[in-house]
Design a protein around this ligand. Structure first.
Ligand code: SF4
Length: 283
């Protein structure tokens, strides 16, 4: 069985930096805790715990881990940073620079008297980071088109739109068109991350190859961008979604001659290499 990797897959620049910053700390003999997964990937979470940086879900828990806390690439609200400081925690901030740019863009737009429309998922950590400290009357988060249609836009003549970085822009074009019809002064910050789009475009190129029988997508169960890759692959190919090589089942590939492989932006290279080797061994 031939195995073809997408031209672009796996760790994005932001996640590589986050991963590296934690490893630098480990190299210095430091330990600590990571607030939420450093990236949405179970293999990375396990590895980090083994290196002395387990995942915690409350800042207070970091006290038992050398009083050091890592903020993930998704970023956190300013009040979380302040709370860490008040608790006397040392922070390693791995917030991706694209996420930091969106925090700045939102702050600027609020000063400019804009209402903030975040296109994204309400419970996503990146979105929580943007909105946690905002006055609820100054923003709304939209995901479904129905929510945009039902919103009372007449009360908000000036609106700034920002996107959760990992969204698929094509799926939100109708949301933006709907807002354009209803808002007099609509300002759009195209904040979709290029890394996500590059992985998606490379996957579409793989899917366009008629000789490929199936696509294997590797990534964390909670990774939004990995799920988006699964959705794109499913549009045209048989798709097998795995976390690691251990999830591959030989019977899923019987009779196949060629498979394509891609991985989410939070999937480490070693997981990709292990999946590719196992698939080649099956062949
Ligand atoms: S997907 Fe983009 S925004 Fe998110 S961490 Fe990676 S580079 Fe940063």
């Amino acid at each position: 069985m031939d195995v073809v990797l997408a031209e672009k897959y796996g760790f994005c620049a932001g996640v590589r930096v986050a991963d590296k910053l934690v490893r630098i700390a480990v190299g210095k003999g430091q330990s600590g805790a990571i607030l939420g997964q450093v990236v949405h990937n179970e293999s990375v979470e396990k590895e980090m715990a083994g290196l002395g940086f387990p995942t915690v879900h409350r800042l207070e828990e970091a006290r038992e881990h050398a009083g050091r806390i890592v903020f993930s690439a998704h970023g956190v609200a300013p009040s979380v940073r302040a709370e860490a400081e008040a608790l006397g925690l040392a922070a390693i901030d791995t917030t991706c620079k694209f996420v930091t740019d969106i925090h700045r863009e939102i702050a600027r737009s609020l000063d400019d008297d804009c209402f903030i429309a975040v296109l994204g998922q309400k419970g996503h950590r990146e979105v929580i980071g943007y909105t946690k400290d905002l006055d609820p009357s100054r923003y709304e988060v939209f995901y479904d088109l129905d929510e945009v249609v039902a919103f009372p836009w007449e009360a908000h003549p000036r609106v700034k739109v920002v996107f959760q970085t990992t969204l698929n822009a094509d799926r939100f074009a109708d949301h933006v068109a709907e807002m354009r019809r209803r808002v007099a002064d609509l300002r759009i910050a195209d904040t979709i991350c290029y890394a996500t789009k590059e992985n998606q475009d490379a996957l579409r190129a793989l899917c366009a190859d008629p000789s490929i029988d199936a696509i294997v997508v590797i990534g964390g169960r909670h990774s939004k961008n990995t799920k988006e890759l699964v959705r794109i692959a499913e549009e045209s190919k048989r798709t097998i979604f795995v976390g690691t090589a251990a999830d591959l089942r030989e019977e899923d590939f019987s009779g196949m001659r060629k498979v394509g492989v891609t991985a989410g932006a939070s999937t480490p290279d070693y997981d990709v290499e292990a999946v590719v080797s196992r698939l080649r061994a099956m062949g």
